[in-house]
Write a protein that binds this ligand. Structure first.
Ligand code: NAD
Ligand code: ZN
Ligand code: ZN
Length: 340
């Protein structure tokens, strides 16, 4: 008889998750069993359980890809990781390791990749089977709750900022100050980049101010394009984390000549791009998906050095449907992290 664990399971898109007791899976050879301590709630989990994206997740599904915990047991043949190690299980569950993307340090683009809490069961559970080659090793001085949301939110914005190609002293717009955005402000400031933070809620903008954003704009009340053009003649980079297609079309207009806009927010939909404006002003619009294992090491290191701190509220697995409702109406400041 297997040991039992609690897990939050989505059976149908758009329906509440069900918290159930299910057997702890056996650890296959080459894999590890992780006893999870905490998991952050990412907006992508909400997209997953709503079936928002063109490629659908498995159903039934245990969501969650910001899981952290302790290695409970290792499967046959596993080397380089042992019982008791502190690890994190990110969105990139595993990749093939052999294709042109894997071989060139772009494993996040591997066409054979599996994704935690999407194509395989994730971390809204007390245990997970993980691939030892793709888990993060948590820095010794970083607590579990402090590390959890670096696994996706921190990693994604750290990579996204690099993808804007902004340099120390340049201006970046962080559009959306949610789980991702509040960390983006801190990574940017730590890199010496000047920050304009945009959101539609005062609570988030207050957090942005406390994190030393140089300018904050409530886009529900003020025209951000006019304000940015007047204040700084356009930004060098824009990182869009907001879950609103309108933020993407507005973001392009916030750029100065030669600027780069990076898309990380994933609302379903499209936005218009002016060919003339893009060509004449040599603008770049680029997507960015999480980050590689190397990016993950680097983004965790910023947190371990105290340069980036996740502002979180602890919650319970049983409360997951209320957490999702709050997320849908943008009522969360920082991140909710589930204690498992
Ligand atoms: P979140 O719900 O914590 O934050 C979203 C924030 O956007 C909220 O603060 C909200 O008030 C703000 N917002 C909403 N509409 C806005 C608007 N018009 N202008 C400015 N701000 C607005 O979500 P999150 O967990 O930070 O995730 C954000 C998005 O990023 C989601 O779509 C998620 O799926 C996506 N994501 C992408 C990647 C990737 O690799 N590309 C990784 C993680 C998350
Ligand atoms: Zn995520
Ligand atoms: Zn590959």
């Amino acid at each position: 008889m297997n040991k039992m664990m609690n897990a939050a399971i989505a059976y149908e898109f758009g329906k509440p998750l069900v918290v159930e007791s299910i057997p702890v899976p056996d650890v296959p050879s080459g894999m590890i069993l992780v006893k999870l301590v905490a998991c952050g709630v990412c907006h992508s989990d909400l997209h997953a359980v709503n079936g928002d994206w063109p490629i659908k997740p498995k159903l039934p599904l245990i969501p969650g890809h910001e899981g952290v915990g302790i290695v409970e047991s290792v499967g046959e043949g596993v080397i380089g990781i042992k019982e008791g190690d502190r690890v994190g299980v990110p969105w990139l569950y595993k990749a093939c390791g052999k294709c042109e993307y894997c071989l060139s340090g772009w494993e996040t683009l591997c066409e054979q990749q599996l994704n935690t809490g999407y194509s395989v069961d994730g971390c809204y559970a007390q245990y997970i089977i993980a691939d030892p080659n793709y888990v993060a090793h948590l820095p010794a001085n970083l607590g579990f709750f402090e590390a959890a949301s670096i696994l996706c939110a921190g990693l994604t914005v750290y990579k996204g900022i690099k993808e804007t190609e902004v340099k120390s002293g340049d201006w970046i717009v962080i559009s959306g100050v949610g789980g991702l955005g509040h960390l983006a402000i801190q990574y940017a400031k730590a890199m010496g980049i000047r920050v304009i933070a945009l959101d539609i809620h005062e609570e988030q903008l207050e957090l942005a101010k406390s994190l030393k954003a140089d300018i904050v704009i409530n886009v529900a009340k003020e025209d951000p394009i006019k304000k940015i053009k007047t204040a700084i003649s356009g930004a060098h980079g824009v990182l869009v984390t907001a879950v609103s297609p309108n933020s993407f079309s507005q973001g392009v207009d916030m750029l100065r000549r030669k600027g780069v806009m990076v898309l990380v927010g994933l609302p379903s939909g499209k936005f218009e791009l002016s060919i003339f404006d893009t060509v004449l002003n040599r603008k770049t619009v680029r997507g960015s998906i999480v980050g590689t294992r190397m990016d993950l090491i680097e983004s965790l290191d910023f947190a371990a050095r105290g340069l980036v701190t996740v502002h979180y509220t602890k919650d319970k697995l049983e409360n997951i449907n209320n957490i999702f409702s709050a997320m849908k109406s943008n009522k969360i400041t920082g991140r909710i992290i589930i204690a498992l």
